[in-house]
Ligand binder design. Structure first.
Ligand SMILES: Nc1ncnc2c1ncn2[C@@H]1O[C@H](COP(=O)(O)OP(=O)(O)OP(=O)(O)O)[C@@H](O)[C@H]1O
Ligand SMILES: [Mg+2]
Length: 262
């Protein structure tokens, strides 16, 4: 079993490489991002995308009720596009989100702390983003007996409030990989791997990550943290590699990118 997370830019600019590489594979789970696609659709529909900045300086999308509808539309459309591309190549695929069958459960963040325009901390209503609490692994395992590949959009279900939630794609990928006890989790992004001082690290362990974290920026920092968490919870191998070139999955499995180790 292999779980591959496709970053937003990979789905935008290099999707065919990934889809070609999926030919002949079975037991494949593809989790996708797609922030730019959400913003693009938001603009087309006249819903201005809003972003907030956390106290440690990380910018993220603010998902109001209206934005959640756009987010869901955009991400589901992208999931369908990926499944279509797989089917076209003879890979039978199902596109779902975490809402279907309550596959991925999450809890809404009721309040979040953000920095306002003057850099002051403010507590605001959390909107429709959440943290994943449970993945029904058995449902996914059964689907993978029927389909060669399952495409999972980063939308989860909050059973308590009965709403869909925007969840982080990296978190979705690692939670799915952990629940499935996947052998391998590959994060395909728009960079060659984890870079420090202009070089790609071949391997990265928790001690090195602690020492180097100042040199690793926002998007990647979160990804490495997710990768380490996946290893801790039993995924055997986690790789962060480029999805922007031909055969990206094969190349990552053969040693390109950064291998995260315990
Ligand atoms: N030390 C680093 N090494 C590599 N990339 C880094 C580093 N520090 C910051 N980054 C940034 O992290 C980005 C990757 O994370 P990002 O969240 O943007 O993409 P993704 O997770 O692949 O896609 P998405 O968030 O759309 O699912 C790179 O494009 C790069 O700009
Ligand atoms: Mg990201």
């Amino acid at each position: 079993m292999i779980v591959v997370k496709l970053g937003g830019k990979v789905t935008e600019r290099a999707l065919d490489y990934v889809l070609d590489d999926a030919i002949g594979k079975r037991h494949l789970v593809l989790v996708h991002g797609g922030g730019n696609f959400v913003s693009e659709l938001s603009n087309k529909l006249g819903v201005e995308p809003k972003f907030v900045v956390s106290p440690n300086g990380i910018k993220s999308r603010y998902t109001s009720k209206e934005e959640l509808e756009v987010y869901t539309m955009a991400m589901r459309a992208l999931g369908e596009k990926i499944a279509l591309g797989l089917e076209k190549r003879g890979v039978s695929a199902l596109s779902i989100s975490g809402v279907h069958g309550g596959l991925v459960l999450a809890k809404r963040k009721r309040q979040i702390v953000v920095l306002d325009e003057r850099g002051r901390r403010r507590v605001i209503e959390g909107g429709y983003t959440g943290k994943i609490t449970h993945v029904k692994a058995q449902v996914l395992t059964q689907l993978l007996e029927i389909f060669d590949a399952v495409v999972v959009s980063p939308i989860a279900f909050d059973a308590e409030e009965g709403v869909a939630l925007n969840v982080d794609g990296d978190q979705m990928a690692y939670e799915v990989a952990c629940a499935l006890k996947a052998e391998t989790l590959v994060f395909l992004s728009d960079v060659e791997g984890v870079m420090v001082d202009g070089c790609v690290l071949r391997t990265l362990n928790p001690t090195q990550f602690e020492q180097l974290s100042q040199k690793i920026g926002a998007g990647m920092n979160r990804k490495v943290a997710s990768a380490l968490e996946a290893l801790k919870k039993g995924v055997s191998r986690v790789i962060i590699a480029s999805g922007m070139k031909p055969s990206p999955i094969k190349k990552a499995l053969m040693g390109e990118g950064t291998l995260i180790t315990c």
